[in-house]
Design a protein around this ligand. Structure first.
Ligand SMILES: Cc1cc2nc3c(=O)[nH]c(=O)nc-3n(C[C@H](O)[C@H](O)[C@H](O)COP(=O)(O)OP(=O)(O)OC[C@H]3O[C@@H](n4cnc5c(N)ncnc54)[C@H](O)[C@@H]3O)c2cc1C
Ligand code: SF4
Length: 495
C-alpha cells in the first residue's frame, strides 16, 4: 500500500481476505526528508499510515509496516524476507510512482499487478473520454460528471436548483463581523498521543512551520467524524462565503477534508453523495452545489489534468524569480500574506482562496519560477501530493501551461483582496494605490504584470478589458519603477 491509498476496500484488497495476503506499508526516509515539509504534514501522513496498519491488524490482516531508506528498498527487503508469489498494488498517483511500479515489475522475481487507482472517481486518461472532442474546460467536465453520476440532477437530467453552477451566489464578501461565525470544524484531540510521539520522532528533520496543531483527519474513523461535522454544522454556510478571507477566521466554512481524501481514507464519491443527500434534509442548494463542484468537479479535473501533460518544465511566462522571502522565513507587512503564512506556520493549512488569490497570485505577479513555487506549496501544506500540486500551482495559479487548463491567468490587484477580505483594513499598504511607498504590492505588480505580458496575453479575449484599462493608465513609468522596488523588497523580505 502506498501512503496515499489507505483504503481497506480499495482495489489492492479486491479478491484477498485476511490471513491470505500480507499487507506491506513502507515509511520511506527519502520521502520524509526530500523537502523541508511542514512538520504537521509528516504527523498527518505517517500518523495515517500507522493508524491504518493498526486498523488492518484489528481486522485480522497481517501487516508489515516497515521503515526503509527508500520505498523500493522497503519492497525488496520485504520480498527477501517473505518471498511473496506476487505483488498487487493500486495505480500510483504520481508519474514517479508509476515508474517505480514498472521498475519493481522488472526487478522482482514475481509478477507485479498494478490495478486501478484508489481515491478517485475517474481513471488517468478518463478526462478526455468524459469530454470527448470538447475543449477541456472545468464547467463542461463537471456537468458531464453530474450527469454520469446522477448527482444533483433530476429524472430529466436537469440540474437541481435550476442551474449547473451557483457560483454567483457563492462569491459574497465577508461579513463585517470579526469572524464568519460558523460552528467550529471537527478537530482531533489536541493531546493525541500518536501525534505527540510523531512530532518528537521527526523533530530532527528540516521543516516548514512551527506546527503543533493537526487539523485534518488521519484515520477512516476520524474522517467520518469530520465529514459528519461538516454536513451537520457547516455545510449550510459553506457556499456564500466560499471565496472570502478573514483575519481572525482561518477555517471559514471549509471542510478540511482534502487531507483525508488525498490519503485515501475518505472516498470522494461517498463524500459527494452524502453532501448531495443533505439537500433533502434542507441544506441550501447553493452550498451543496458549491461543495459538490469542488469534489467531483475541480478535484477530478485537476487529477485528470495531471496525467494530460508534463508539468515540471512548463514555464510559458518565462518566470525566473524566487519564492517571496516572506514565505521562506523572511518578514512582510502585507497583511493578507501574513495571515496566510500564519495558517501554514501553525497548521500546514491555508484555504483555497488564500492559496489561489494571495499566495499563488503573489508568485504569479512576482514571476516566481513555477517549479520553485510548486516545491514551496508542496512543502508548506499538509495535503499536498504530486498530482494535486502540479496542475494547481503550475497551471491554475501561475498560468505556466500557457492557458491549457484555465482560460486566463488569475492575476488580480489589491482591489480583489480588498473586496473579498478584511485584511486591507489593518494593512499599512493601500489597495487602491499603484505607486508610492504605501502602494499595495499586488496593485503595483498587477499593472506591471499586464505590461510585461502584453504581447503574450493581449490576444486573449478574456484579458481585453484589463488591457484596455492598462492603456488608460498615464502613470505606467512610475508603476514600473515602483514594481522593480517591490520585487526587490519581496526577494529580501522587506515588503
Ligand atoms: C495554488 C494551489 C495549491 C493547492 N494545493 C493543494 C494541495 O496541495 N492539496 C490539495 O488537496 N488541494 C490543493 N489545492 C486545492 C484546494 O485549495 C484545497 O483542496 C483546499 O484548500 C483544501 O481545503 P478544504 O478541504 O477545506 O476544502 P475546500 O476548498 O472547501 O474544497 C472541498 C474539497 O474539494 C477538493 N478541491 C477543491 N478544489 C480543488 C482543487 N483545485 N484541486 C484539488 N482538489 C480540490 C478538495 O478535496 C477539498 O477538500 C490547491 C489549490 C491551489 C490554487
Ligand atoms: S493592501 Fe494589498 S498587501 Fe495589504 S492586505 Fe490588502 S491586498 Fe494585501
Amino acid at each position: 500500500m502506498l501512503g496515499d491509498q489507505l483504503d481497506a476496500s480499495g482495489p489492492a484488497f479486491r479478491g484477498h481476505r485476511p490471513g491470505e495476503a500480507r499487507v506491506l506499508i513502507v515509511e520511506s526516509d527519502h520521502a520524509l526528508a526530500r523537502l523541508p515539509f511542514n512538520g504537521e504534514r509528516r504527523v498527518l501522513v505517517i500518523g495515517a499510515m500507522r493508524r491504518f496498519a493498526a486498523d488492518l491488524r484489528d481486522a485480522g490482516w497481517t501487516v508489515d509496516l516497515r521503515r526503509a531508506p527508500t520505498l523500493a528498498e522497503g519492497v525488496h527487503a520485504h520480498a527477501a524476507e517473505h518471498q511473496p508469489d506476487r505483488v498487487v498494488m493500486a495505480h500510483p498517483t504520481s508519474r514517479s510512482g508509476v515508474a517505480l511500479a514498472r521498475r519493481l515489475g522488472r526487478q522482482l522475481p514475481v509478477p507485479v499487478e498494478v490495478r486501478e487507482p484508489a481515491g478517485f472517481i475517474t481513471a488517468p486518461g478518463e478526462l478526455d473520454q468524459v469530454l470527448g472532442r470538447r475543449q477541456p474546460r472545468m464547467d463542461t467536465f463537471y456537468r458531464e460528471m453530474r450527469l454520469r453520476l446522477g448527482i444533483l440532477v433530476d429524472d430529466h437530467g436537469r440540474p437541481e436548483g435550476g442551474a449547473w453552477s451557483m457560483d454567483k451566489e457563492n462569491r459574497r464578501p465577508p461579513p463585517r463581523s470579526r469572524d464568519l461565525g460558523a460552528p467550529a470544524p471537527w478537530l482531533p484531540p489536541a493531546d493525541d498521543p500518536l501525534d505527540r510521539a510523531l512530532r518528537d520522532e521527526m523533530a530532527h528533520l528540516p521543516r516548514t512551520g512551527h506546527g503543533g496543531q493537526r487539523v485534518m483527519a488521519a484515520s477512516a474513523r476520524e474522517a467520518e467524524q469530520a465529514l459528519d461535522r461538516f454536513i451537520e454544522a457547516r455545510l449550510a454556510g459553506f457556499g456564500p462565503h466560499q471565496d472570502a478571507m478573514m483575519d481572525e477566521d482561518w477555517a471559514m466554512s471549509h471542510p478540511l477534508l482534502s487531507g483525508p481524501l488525498n490519503l485515501g481514507i475518505l472516498s470522494p464519491l461517498r463524500v459527494a453523495r452524502r453532501v448531495a443527500d443533505a439537500l433533502g434534509d434542507g441544506a441550501p442548494v447553493a452550498s451543496v452545489e458549491g461543495f459538490v463542484r469542488q469534489v467531483i468537479g475541480w478535484r477530478e479535473y485537476v487529477w485528470g489534468w495531471y496525467w494530460r501533460r508534463e508539468w515540471r518544465h512548463a514555464n510559458a511566462l518565462e518566470a525566473t524569480g524566487p519564492v517571496p522571502a516572506a514565505l521562506t522565513g523572511g518578514a512582510t507587512r502585507m497583511r493578507c500574506v501574513q495571515v496566510a503564512w500564519e495558517g501554514i506556520d501553525a497548521r500546514g493549512y491555508s484555504h483555497h482562496i488564500q492559496r489561489l488569490m494571495v499566495l499563488g497570485t503573489l508568485m504569479l505577479l512576482r514571476g516566481t519560477r513555477p517549479w520553485a513555487a510548486t516545491r514551496w506549496f508542496w512543502a508548506a501544506h499538509v495535503d499536498a501530493s504530486a498530482w494535486v500540486m502540479a496542475p494547481n500551482v503550475v497551471g491554475m495559479a501561475l498560468f505556466a501551461d500557457g492557458g491549457q487548463m484555465m482560460t486566463k491567468p488569475y492575476a488580480a490587484s489589491g482591489a480583489y483582496i480588498n473586496r473579498m477580505s478584511d485584511h486591507c483594513r489593518t494593512c499599512p499598504y493601500d489597495p487602491k494605490k499603484a505607486t508610492g511607498p504605501t502602494a499595495c504590492p499586488f496593485t503595483t505588480l498587477y499593472w506591471d504584470f499586464l505590461h510585461r505580458h502584453r504581447e503574450r496575453l493581449g490576444h486573449n479575449p478574456r484579458m481585453s478589458l484589463s488591457m484596455r484599462n492598462l492603456d488608460r493608465r498615464d502613470d505606467l513609468s512610475a508603476i514600473r519603477l515602483r514594481a522593480r522596488e517591490v520585487m526587490g523588497q519581496l526577494d529580501e523580505g522587506t515588503a
